[in-house]
Design a protein around this ligand. Structure first.
Ligand code: AHR
Length: 497
């Protein structure tokens, strides 16, 4: 039966701005996330601009990618920046021990990365090496990238092709210090953070991100928010990682496609845990940083399934279905509700790895359902959040899982228009959503809907448009709106006022 859902939005009560950086992306030296998927080199027969694929860059530009985090992840703590500057043919070859043990020829280094972000119109989030690097190495990388003037490192950057300093919007000091970044305790990492940060002197405005916790563990946020200050030490945020798992099916598989409804609802239920994780960490931050100086940076999130059959171990290649699209939209609605603290995130990862926007195979490229949701949500970048209450929202249940049928979010975009995003989590029932709007009069709404016949519908190189947005209209009723959401759908509309 169709669910009857009641939503109220108060357009007259603007909330915090949803930073565009909430829509950030992560590109690691991992599998074909960079090599092959984005970088093919200037001599490739695949059309490229100074080595970066034209097709993939053009597709990503439509997402208005606000920031790219690079070079890892776990890879960041084994990356030595001097390996990646100077003539490419002379760069050393290392072993990527985290990801498949493959050769890393350092073809993509600092200059290539900044060329990519410039081509995308994005900002840079560079992740430094605290695990195997030194304080000196990190501080010299910052100088190399950002120093204006005539220091030897600034001149070296100029000789390598870029006289002007680069803008490093965010800089991460290590990654997953509790795991691949060095198996540290929060106490040990906080000590290391203070020591490293003391010696980082960026030439421009750079926000420093401390490597924080994950999942239900709030101890990192709790400890770091009290212990990463000091003389000359700057900290602007604490990171957090949470990956959504579908849980094992009856065959012990965590499949990205070919799953049943129990894995559908369980995945959505698991991804909704992000709300509680953010709230628990924000409570720690509010206790120690009531002025909200520190952002809570969810700089790795998304789905993590069994790797695609036949793919190379360690490459984290997986299919991306309509279920992933709903995962993305549910997380966006959660991030919007915490816009005052969650001022930056980056999904793992941009191309070919985990919950990707784009998948490639040689010269071919396909856009994923997740890509389409990122595109539908572009108006929320730098929009002013507007309070949304789900006055009536029945549960969608299956097996032992139960989640709210609908998730909603609203904001006034930079263009002055009011936007509303809705997710219907139930794969079997439509939802009729009655929206009471105060603070303005709604005369209707129009936008797009993303849905498909199957829960695991996905795009392939043979059928690249199996899942793509379609036009959507909503009617006005009593100064509000009525929206008929199809089963398992994401809808984003502009409210006509
Ligand atoms: O995104 C893949 C990996 O997941 C990252 O390198 C690491 O930080 C996390 O464990």
């Amino acid at each position: 039966a169709t669910a009857q859902v009641g939503v109220t939005i108060d357009a007259g009560k603007p909330g915090p701005v949803i930073s565009r950086y909430v829509y950030g992306q992560f590109a690691e030296h991992l599998g074909t996330g960079i090599y092959g998927g984005l970088w093919v080199g200037p001599d490739s027969t695949i059309p490229n601009t100074r080595g970066w694929r034209n097709d993939v860059v053009a597709a990503l530009k439509a997402l208005h990618v606000p920031l790219v985090r690079w070079p890892g992840g776990c890879f960041a703590d084994q990356y030595h920046w001097r390996d990646g500057i100077g003539p490419r043919a002379q760069r050393p070859v290392r072993i990527n021990t985290n990801w498949g043990g493959v050769d890393e020829d350092n073809a993509v280094g600092t200059h290539e990365f900044f060329d990519l972000v410039e081509q995308l119109g994005a900002d840079a989030y560079v992740n430094g090496n605290l695990g195997t690097g030194t304080v000196r190495e990190m501080s010299e990388w910052i100088e190399y990238m950002t120093a204006d003037g005539t220091s030897s490192l600034a001149r070296l950057r100029a000789r390598n092709g870029h006289p002007a300093p680069y803008k490093v919007a965010f800089f991460g000091i290590g990654n997953e210090a509790w795991g691949c970044g060095g198996n540290m305790r929060p106490e040990q990492y906080a000590d290391a953070y203070r020591r490293y940060a003391t010696f980082l002197h960026p030439g421009g405005d750079t926000q420093f991100i401390a490597a924080g916790g994950h999942d239900e563990d709030t101890s990192w946020t709790d400890y770091l928010s009290q212990h990463i200050g000091g003389w000359g030490v700057r900290a602007h945020g604490i990171s957090f990682h949470y990956y959504t798992s579908p849980g094992a099916d009856k065959n012990g598989k965590y499949g990205a496609a070919g799953f049943d409804e129990s894995r559908w609802i369980h995945t959505l239920s698991e991804t909704r845990r992000m709300e509680g994780f953010i709230a628990a960490n924000v409570a720690k931050l509010d206790a120690h940083d009531p002025q909200k100086k520190l952002m809570f940076a969810v700089d790795e999130w998304g789905t993590w399934y069994d790797a695609e059959e036949g793919s190379r171990p360690g490459f984290l290649q997986q299919q991306n279905s309509l279920r992933d699209a709903l995962v993305a939209a549910l997380n966006f609605n959660i991030f919007h509700a915490h816009a005052d603290r969650v001022r930056m995130t980056s999904i793992a990862q941009m191309v070919n790895v985990l919950q990707a926007m784009v998948r490639t195979d040689g010269a071919r490229m396909v856009l994923t359902p997740t890509y389409h949701v990122f595109r539908m949500y572009v108006p929320f970048q730098d929009a002013v959040s507007v309070p949304v209450t789900l006055a009536h929202n029945p549960l969608y249940t299956f097996g032992t899982d139960a989640i709210p049928a609908v998730s909603a979010s609203a904001a006034r975009g930079k263009d002055g228009k009011l936007y509303l995003a809705l997710v219907n989590t139930n794969p079997r029932a439509a939802a009729d959503v009655t929206v009471d709007v105060s603070g303005t009069a709604a005369r209707g709404a129009a936008g797009s809907v993303l849905t498909a016949a199957a829960m695991d519908a996905h795009n392939t190189f043979a059928a690249p448009d199996a899942v793509r947005p379609a036009p959507f209209q909503a009617a006005a009723r009593d100064g509000g709106l009525v929206l008929s959401l199809p089963a398992k759908s994401v809808v984003v509309v502009t409210v006509q006022e």
